[in-house]
Structures are given as C-alpha cells and as structure tokens.
Ligand binder design. Structure first.
Ligand SMILES: Nc1ncnc2c1ncn2[C@@H]1O[C@H](COP(=O)(O)OP(=O)(O)O)[C@@H](O)[C@H]1O
Ligand SMILES: [Mg+2]
Length: 381
C-alpha cells in the first residue's frame, strides 16, 4: 500500500523568504499590427508572494490575458523580466517551456479546454503523463483523488461533454492540479458560469489557497474579486497602484491610473520624520508599505501617538482642506521602514476637481481628524 501526498508543501520549501513567487519587472509587451506596434503592457511591475491569492480585474482589452500569458510563458515580453518560482520565464527556450509549465503552473481557461474524446479521469492524467511527475501506477489513483477534491468522483468515466459547465470547470481545475504545481493561474474561470456555480468554483480556489497554493485569477466580477487577498487593477496596459485604489476607491479607473503615474514613491527609515507639525504642507500621502504614526503635541504634556496608519491609509488631507499647515507630525514607526506615495496638493486639486465624491470623502475624513485632534490637544488629564 502507498499513500499519495495529496499536495506537497512545495511552496514553503522552494521559496526562500523574501523572494516573491511571481515577480514581473518593468514588463512591456508590444503587439505587431497592420497599423504599427500596439503597446499592450506598459512597464508592469507586479510581485506576488507564495501563498497569496490575487485577483486581476480591468476592462475588456486592458491587458489581463496578455499579463497572464507573460507569467505562463504562453507569450514572452518585448522587454522586462518575468520570474516564477525562481525561474526566468522570459529566457526559457521553447522546448523547455512546456515541461517547466507543466510542473510549475496549473492553468485554467474560461472555456475549460478539456479534450472531448477522452474521459474526465484521462483528461486529468494527461499532464502527469506529459511531465512524468508520478509513476505510471499512481497516476489513476491520484486523478481520482483530485476528482474527489472537486466533488466529481462519480463522474470520472464520463466524457467531458456529459458534464455541466460548472462541472467541466471543476474538472479543468483538477487537471490544473495534476502535477501539484505551486501556482494556479486562471483566466476568467467563472466568466462562462452562472453566479451560483461561479461561487462554488471560487470556494474551491479558497480551499486551495488554504492548502498553500499561490493563485492568480482574472475576473470580470468585482464582487468575486474581493474574495482574494489582493486585487490588482489593470487599466490600459498599466497596473493601478493598489494603495491608490484602496485609499480613494471612488475615483474612476482612469483617475486612479493618473494618480498612480503622478505619485512619487518615497521611503523613510524606521522612526524617521515624514512631516513635522507646524510646517507648511504641500503634499498628500498614501502609505504603501509599513506603518506610520501620527503624533500630536499637547499642552504641558508629552507628545501622543493618536493614529497608526498601514498600507492603503493616507495622511495630509487635513492640511489640504485647512490652512495648509501640518496639524500633526507623522513619522515612520520604530518597527521598520515605510514607503509612501506622495501626491502634490496641485495634483490632488486636479484630481478632486474631477471627482466630487472623493473630495467629499477626504473632506469628511479631514473634519473627523480635526475634531479628534482638537479634543486631544485641548484635553487635560
Ligand atoms: N495577438 C495580438 N495582436 C495584436 N493585438 C493584440 C493581440 N492580443 C491582444 N491584443 C490587444 O491587446 C489588448 C489587450 O488584450 P488582452 O490582454 O486580451 O485584454 P483583456 O484580457 O484584458 O481583455 C487589446 O487591445 C487587444 O486587442
Ligand atoms: Mg482576456
């Protein structure tokens, strides 16, 4: 008797600490067309850690599939680098690519792409046959176990066409897991399914993440996208900074992209001052890494930390609406360095002129912080 390790813990052993599982560095993709080059990906940087569940959203034609094709090696970048699980995918030769992909990535498509002439269980065994990852005698049992995972154990001997769309997609997911790859990539896997079936497919992805897989899915459905750990928004071939999107969710995609392009990335060492109370203010900041502390001076008392702000939170909105003087000091926390995105007040003015909802949201936040601060400053113990 032998027991099959259902999933190896390969995520933990293969990735060493800080190296992301997936790392796209300044990736550009141009397609040749009759009317000249089309710039489909414009300097995309994207890092995804082992065990993360990331959804990619964006309008039709924004470059989502092109981006996934860079990761799977189905297509190569015009320039830039793509690293997956320690391999430089942009440099892999064509004859090494298919086997590498078979072992490292499980790929799920919108239209399932199961082979129609062979049974469901044979479809799942195919990647194992191709990559010879498991001894021949183990392959059938493993395929049946994978079918159990997707709750289709009774359907193994049917042809794919005898199954419903949702069932076929679950078979496709089982097939993607055949070689126990650390990464699963799915391009609109629920695009062709009704919402209840889409829900069950998403639950399956959640289970796989819990087992340690790294998962990237492209979806049109922003409600489903929110169930991932992180959402990357792509607009017109560029990744919108996720912290811009988090800080100002009511901007349009184009406005978020504009803010992403104009924001200046600044880093500060642990404990260092970012803005000082009483000084003139000219920028709004969004935290993108680490934690900042908002520190308030008090009459005849020591300073007090009134707020801690992590990634996606912002500061500098009070001075924008009131007097343009810093109301409090903000410093990087003692625990580690901080990265912020600085947006000048001129740029913020331009942005808020186009989005009154966002202006209102920031204004309310400024008023709320101001009254809190006044209470703390004036309050004596
Ligand atoms: N092989 C190709 N040749 C020329 N243009 C392409 C090719 N593939 C995609 N494009 C164009 O690149 C853009 C991004 O396409 P795609 O990545 O498929 O978008 P999405 O998946 O977000 O809908 C689109 O404008 C599309 O027309
Ligand atoms: Mg697409």
């Amino acid at each position: 008797m032998f027991t099959l390790p259902f999933f190896s813990n390969n995520n933990e052993t293969k990735s060493n600490g800080n190296t992301p599982m997936i790392d796209l560095r300044d990736v550009n993709k141009y397609y040749k067309t009759a009317v000249g080059d089309f710039h489909a990906l414009k300097g995309v940087d994207l890092q995804i850690n082992a065990g993360e569940f990331v959804s990619i959203i964006g309008k039709s034609g924004s470059g989502k599939t092109t981006l996934l094709n860079m990761i799977t090696g189905i297509d190569i970048p015009s320039d830039g680098e793509v690293w997956v699980n320690g391999t430089a995918v942009h440099k892999l030769s064509e004859n090494k690519m298919a086997r590498w992909r078979g072992k490292n990535l499980g790929v799920v498509f919108q239209f399932f792409q199961l082979l129609p002439m062979i049974s469901v269980v044979e479809n799942i065994m195919l990647p194992m046959d191709f990559c010879r990852t498991y001894p021949m005698r183990e392959r059938y049992d493993r395929a049946m176990q994978l079918l159990e995972l997707v709750e289709l154990a009774d359907h193994g001997h049917k042809l794919p066409t005898a199954l419903s769309g949702g069932q076929q997609q679950r078979v496709a997911i089982a097939r993607a897991l055949a070689n126990d790859p650390p990464v699963v990539i799915a391009d609109e896997p629920t695009g062709n399914l009704d919402s209840k079936t889409a829900e069950s497919v998403f639950s399956l992805f959640n289970e796989l993440v819990a087992k340690g897989k790294t998962i990237i899915i492209v979806t049109h459905d922003s409600a489903l996208a929110k169930r991932a750990h992180r959402t990357a928004l792509i607009a017109d071939g560029e990744i919108v900074n996720e912290y811009v999107a988090k800080a100002m969710p009511t901007l349009t995609q184009d406005q978020m992209l504009w803010a992403t392009r104009n924001a200046k990335v600044q880093t500060f060492e642990a404990g260092s001052m970012i803005v000082a109370e009483g000084t003139n203010a000219d920028s709004f900041y969004i935290v993108s890494k680490g934690t900042v502390e908002v520190v308030l001076p008090r009459e005849n008392q020591s300073d007090v930390v009134v707020l801690q702000l992590g990634p996606g939170k912002f500061f500098g909105e009070m001075a924008f609406f009131h007097k343009r003087k810093r109301w409090a000091s903000v410093r990087a926390s003692e625990h580690g360095s901080v990265e912020v995105l600085a947006i000048s007040y001129d740029q913020l003015t331009e942005l808020l002129n186009q989005s009154s909802v966002t202006r209102e949201a920031l204004h309310q936040m400024a008023d709320k912080h101001q009254s809190q601060n006044e209470a703390i400053r004036g309050g004596s113990k």
